[in-house]
Design a binder for this molecule. Structure first.
Ligand code: GLY
Ligand code: MN
Ligand code: MN
Length: 463
């Protein structure tokens, strides 16, 4: 089916019989309509007639002919949900059908991508040469108006003829990022599918932990059960036994299991059409241990917190509420010698939970726009003592977020607290005994609906 000409125009209409990869997710047409409307609003707001959005092209490592796996520009992916569109580009002109310039390289070293089934929603030009593709799309864009925005990475696969101020112009990008927090029905369906994959992986990982396998083997079992390659994951899996669970983004995979297995934290995700699931579970080897009790308490607090979400809830308030609840857990478990209220006031919970309660999630694990005040792009930073909080917006229906409280025993932070003003409010014999367990994180992905909260993660686990 491939032509040796530099480009050819595909005029197949909706006859996709010669192509594979039909879009089987519901609501894709409606999704495209909503995304088109968003782009029309954003382009008008920023003063542009049209936009070129490139998928991007991978870059080789320094002085090498190998490259890391390529990640498609999320702005492209939102229109064209294919990880196999490297080098392709989209021309968006409000009021017109968008046009996909699809790269099908004439390359006998690699398998060229098939044109996906959803391409029938676009006008399509198939190109076999990346540079010609860009020249063609730039020519077509300039024929549709004087003010063209370019959205994508500059450099190879980027524009040649665009002024710097038209590259990812902030007025346009901020508008798009702010609105991207709210997902379409298609996007939520993709996130449910990503969650289903991740949960299959989590169940296999738990079984591998219970068999006493190594971090390395647990990770392999996760990948196999979730049917994902490591490069397809939304982020590198965190597979942490014992004290490794106290390293927030633990990145290694020990090849051998430890002599004694006490605890297991797994933060591992799923990807469907570029949409992410981001899920963490923590397990104790001994169900009668204090560590197991703490997992149960944190789990209950997380679920109760989720029950309190309603339209307009400020995410910062949830984050603070979680610290208040964590102070209660510290008091009940005897980890502090003062009241929960005093522990909270003294900032002791910040030693045990140094990261934010969560973040927006979607095309990116940490989706963009979490601290934006509006479409124009102002920033609402978190308070200084909660500097790691990525999300300071109010929650609205259709805006998926993670809720991921933790309770960690991190030697560096504990040492600072031990020598700090509130050091004598902590029961160090209990806390020191918990350091070998690392820590706990429980992470669900939730979205407000018109009549409550959908917990994508617990629904997939069967609660
Ligand atoms: N997996 C990274 C995070 O939970 O934010
Ligand atoms: Mn997360
Ligand atoms: Mn996570």
């Amino acid at each position: 089916m491939r032509s040796r000409n530099l480009t050819r125009v595909w005029e197949g209409g909706n006859d996709l019989s010669c192509y594979t990869g039909a879009m089987d997710d519901p609501g894709f047409k409606d999704h495209l309509e909503q995304i088109s409307e968003r782009w029309a609003r954003a382009l008008a707001f920023a003063g542009y007639d049209a936009a070129i959005v490139t998928a991007g092209i991978s870059r080789n490592y320094f002085l090498d002919d190998q490259s890391p796996p390529h990640r498609i520009n999320p702005h492209f992916l939102q229109w064209c949900p294919s990880e196999l569109a490297e080098g392709s580009a989209l021309l968006i002109v409000p009021g017109r059908r968008s046009k996909l310039y699809f790269l099908q390289p004439d390359d006998y070293w690699h398998q060229a991508p098939e044109l996906p089934g959803w391409a029938g929603e676009f006008e399509v030009e198939v190109c076999v040469d990346a540079a010609a593709l860009l020249r063609n799309i730039e020519r077509a864009a300039l024929a549709s108006g004087n003010h063209i925005a370019f959205v994508g990475e500059p450099g190879p696969g980027g524009p040649e003829n665009f002024l710097t101020q038209d590259l990812n112009p902030s007025l346009l990008i901020n508008h798009l990022h702010f609105e991207r927090a709210t997902k379409t029905a298609f996007e939520l369906a993709c996130m449910r599918a990503a969650t289903a994959k991740a949960v299959r992986g989590h169940l296999a990982a738990r079984a591998a932990f219970e068999q006493g396998l190594s971090e390395f083997q647990i990770n392999l079992d996760y990948l196999a059960a979730s049917e994902q390659l490591a490069r397809e994951l939304p982020y590198s899996n965190i597979v942490a036994l014992n004290e490794h669970a106290g390293v927030l983004h633990y990145q290694h995979y020990d090849r051998s299991p430890p002599a004694e297995v006490r605890s297991f934290l797994i933060d591992a995700g799923g990807n469907h059409n570029g949409y992410a699931a981001d899920i963490t579970r923590t397990y104790a080897s001994n169900p009668g241990s204090l560590f197991a009790e703490l997992i149960g308490r944190l789990d209950a607090a997380q679920q109760s917190l989720i029950d309190h979400i309603s339209p307009g809830t400020a995410y910062l308030d949830l984050h603070v509420d979680m610290h208040v609840r964590l102070a209660g857990i510290l008091e009940e478990a005897g980890l502090v010698t003062c009241s929960a209220a005093s522990a909270f006031e003294a900032g002791i919970t910040e030693t045990f939970l140094p990261h934010g309660l969560g973040h927006l999630i979607g095309l990116q694990t940490h989706d963009v726009g979490g601290q934006q005040s509006g479409i124009e792009g102002g920033v609402v930073p978190p308070p200084e003592n909660y500097a790691a909080l990525r999300l300071t917006r109010a929650l609205e229906p259709g805006m998926p977020v993670t809720i991921e409280p933790g309770l960690y025993f991190i030697p560096q932070l504990l040492d600072r607290a031990r020598n700090g003003a509130s050091g004598d409010l902590i029961d160090w014999s209990l806390v020191d005994a918990l350091i070998p367990f690392g820590g706990i994180r429980i992470e669900d992905n939730v979205v407000l609906t018109d009549d409550g909260v959908e917990n994508l993660t617990r629904d997939a686990f069967g609660r």
